[in-house]
Ligand binder design. Structure first.
Ligand code: NAP
Ligand code: GDD
Length: 320
């Protein structure tokens, strides 16, 4: 019989790639979708007929219990969150409710309905914040630098705690930044590749950004969802860092993205203090040796191929 999985955050970047992967593996996929006045299914429109979409919200435990009772998944992938770091300073309480307490609501719903369900939590390299070691691995101390990072530390530890308290099969993937043509427009990679396409199409004459010196370890989202699946299939639940092991600055990102369209970033990029954060994560670079050794996971798409893929996609979207 086909395995059944519930994905929260299925309308987001990672949810859509994970749904593609699970369907290709023969899963029956249930997607939790929160109510909105307009439908927001663009990233999953190509597979919508193969999915069962159900209404629910991480803010509301009753809805989570009902979905688990009605659909009885064997695996739950908790990808839903308020995931934009910048917005976590303007909506810190909402971020805590969804990104931190939302994890407890889901874990507790699992404990109530069926403690045999296997659980995956979307933890984040943002938890390392002001990094204590370079590169960061599963033993690196957390020092979050945003309300989002603080909420993710809570989500991470409550997952560990429910694993240890109730013997749940609960794993956390500590994923470093991962991007794709489906990335939200406000995140820096997509903002830049979309900005390049807009300039090329004559729709904009400049691109306003914040800190060009921040460094990130950027990988490809479709590679990273393979690690989520692998973690949940193991006999023993555990935590894994997922990263490329390479770091690049926002400035390099601009250089590569503009060059892919035959442009020089210096001619268009303007630093705007509006996009500078109250506290910054200056450098992230992950060590995913454990994932390579235990899960056999590795990334297939490097930074340069990823940015080129995103520029080409955005140029195509705008017909530029
Ligand atoms: P995303 O594109 O922003 O997607 C977030 C998803 O969560 C959307 O489907 C959103 O629904 C849903 N959501 C938000 N609040 C909700 C709520 N209260 N109840 C139910 N659903 C809710 O994020 P992503 O990049 O795919 O990331 C997936 C997860 O991985 C997130 O938890 C993120 O924090 C974490 N993460 C991401 C990265 C990365 O680089 N992408 C790295 C580490 C960890 P709507 O469509 O209705 O808004
Ligand atoms: N978004 C944005 N917009 N970021 C900018 C800009 C800008 O105009 N200019 C410079 N940056 C810098 C930010 O200050 C940050 O240092 C870096 O670019 C990356 O920003 P984002 O793309 O917004 O991602 P993030 O690293 O803050 O968070 C993402 O990765 C986390 C994993 O480390 C999100 O996907 C989080 O959900 C995820 O947990």
């Amino acid at each position: 019989m086909a395995k059944r999985a519930l994905i929260t955050g299925i309308t987001g970047q990672d949810g859509s790639y994970l749904a593609d992967l699970l369907l290709s593996e023969g899963y029956e996929v249930i997607g939790l979708v929160r109510r909105s006045s307009t439908e927001n299914n663009t990233r999953i429109s190509h597979i919508q007929e193969q999915l069962t979409l159900v209404s629910g919200d991480l803010m509301d435990e009753v809805s989570l219990i009902s979905v688990l009772r009605d659909h009885r998944p064997q695996e739950v992938y908790n990808l839903a969150a308020q995931s934009f770091v910048q917005a976590s300073w303007t909506q810190p309480v909402l971020t805590g409710e969804a990104t931190a307490l939302g994890v407890t609501r889901m874990l507790d719903a699992i404990r109530t309905v069926d403690p045999e369900i296997r659980f995956y939590q979307a933890s984040s390299s943002e938890m390392f914040g002001r990094v204590r070691t370079v590169p960061q691995n599963e033993h690196t101390e957390f020092y979050p630098r945003s309300p989002y990072g603080v909420a993710k530390v809570y989500g991470h530890w409550i997952t560990v705690n429910y694993r240890e308290s109730y013997n749940l099969h609960a794993s956390s993937g500590i994923l470093f930044n991962h991007e794709s043509p489906r990335r939200g427009l406000e995140f820096v990679t997509r903002k830049v590749t979309n900005g390049v396409a807009r300039i090329k199409a004559g729709l904009s004459s400049e691109l306003r950004l914040g800190n060009l010196d921040a460094h990130r370890d950027w990988g490809y989202a479709a590679d990273y969802v393979r690690a989520m699946l692998a973690m949940v299939q193991r006999d023993t639940p555990d935590d894994f860092v997922i990263a490329t092991g390479e770091t690049h600055s926002v400035r390099e990102l601009c250089e590569v993205a503009f060059a892919a369209a035959g442009l020089k970033y210096e001619d268009y990029v303007v630093v705007d203090p509006k996009f500078i954060r109250p506290a910054e994560v200056d450098l992230l670079v992950g060590d995913s040796t454990k994932a390579r050794d235990v899960l056999g996971w590795k990334c297939e798409v490097d930074f340069y191929a990823l940015i080129e893929m995103m520029v080409v996609s955005d140029l195509n979207i705008l017909g530029a």
